[in-house]
Design a protein around this ligand. Structure first.
Ligand code: FO1
Length: 311
């Protein structure tokens, strides 16, 4: 009888974890993917975390960048820069443009994002059940210390998260609904996993879609998370900038406290094992292990260790 696993995933870190998780036998894997990074550009809907997960699972992602397609070319972008008279700060490759054109055309024809993701998975032969957190258009905005509010991608990519921020808002969240299948997958899960994605702007934004956090709290499945922070630093991306913006410490303990009563178990890095007792005192089962996902096999071992904490 396969174990029904539900993972909440953001972009690059989540995708790398999933490439290991899917190597484990007898798991039926559903993935709820963050839409907060989504942005409309040049009249196209861009869904970075959905695309990072799909491209990684399809073996099509650029492994150095972590986002976008491998063996990419940038002709359309260069031509757009010519027309627009300015260099594009958000890099969209030619193969990537095909995804955005395909998705936007279907959306404009009334096809829901969750259906489009299923079509993409079929095209790429991805056997996992991937779902966007919501079919509604939500966008993460960053509140800056100067009072301005800018799109997450502008903060993250154009400014490399260097502009001091005080908070993150998910625009559209109040009226957003979980995508079809999301709440059922959570309710029927035998195990729920929080991979080492950004706890604030990736997993944190999934949890802001009304109903999802409550469904996880009500689920019979245990919830196990894997720390995205090793030592005082994120392994990938800039989760430290997000935690600092909220006045939170960048540590495995701080992220566990941020997830709070959602967590039953928390796997941290072996180099952080002095934090095991502090996390245990939060009422969360805590163990340490090597957490660098150097390849799919390493990610598989981390996933097995995390699952083992709840069995
Ligand atoms: N990240 C960057 O650092 N620079 C980029 O130019 C960039 C472009 C881009 C285009 C499509 C896409 O799906 C993702 C892209 N990303 C880029 C990553 C994106 O910012 C992600 O949202 C973050 O990496 C967080 O997951």
């Amino acid at each position: 009888m396969p174990i029904k696993v539900v993972a909440l995933a953001g972009g690059i870190g989540g995708a790398r974890f999933l490439k290991g998780l899917r190597l484990i036998d007898d798991l039926e894997i559903s993935v709820i993917i963050n839409n907060g990074d989504d942005i409309n550009m040049h009249g196209l809907r861009i869904c970075p975390d959905l695309d990072s997960v799909i491209y990684n699972l399809a073996g099509e992602s650029d492994l150095v960048r972590g986002w976008g397609r491998k063996d990419e070319t940038w002709v359309v972008q260069q031509q757009l820069a010519h027309y627009l008279g300015e260099e594009q700060w958000f890099n969209l490759g030619d193969k990537d443009y095909a995804t955005h054109i395909y998705r936007t055309n279907l959306l404009n024809n009334g096809i829901e994002l969750s259906e489009i993701v299923k079509l993409q998975c079929a095209k790429w032969g991805i056997g996992l059940n991937l779902m966007p957190a919501t079919n509604d258009f939500v966008q993460t905005q960053v509140q800056l210390t100067d009072g301005q509010q800018i799109h997450f991608q502008e903060w993250w990519v154009k400014h490399r998260a260097a502009l001091p921020a005080t908070g993150f808002e998910l625009i559209g969240a109040e009226t957003a609904k979980p995508a079809p299948g999301v709440l059922d997958a959570i309710a029927q899960a035998d195990l729920i996993i929080l991979p080492p994605s950004n706890p604030i702007v990736s997993i944190g934004m999934i949890l802001r879609i009304p109903g999802i956090r409550a469904a996880i709290m009500a689920a019979s499945a245990p919830v196990v998370g894997v720390s995205p922070i090793i030592g005082g630093n994120p392994v990938l991306g800039m989760a430290d900038k997000c935690l600092t913006a909220l006045g939170l410490e960048t540590s495995a303990t701080s992220v566990a406290a941020q997830y709070g009563d959602l967590l039953d178990a928390w796997l941290i890095a072996d180099t952080d094992d002095e934090q095991v007792s502090a996390i245990t005192n939060l009422g969360i089962k805590c163990e340490s292990a090597p957490l660098l996902m150097t390849d799919d096999q390493a990610a598989k071992e981390i996933a097995m260790r995390a699952i083992g904490m709840t069995r």
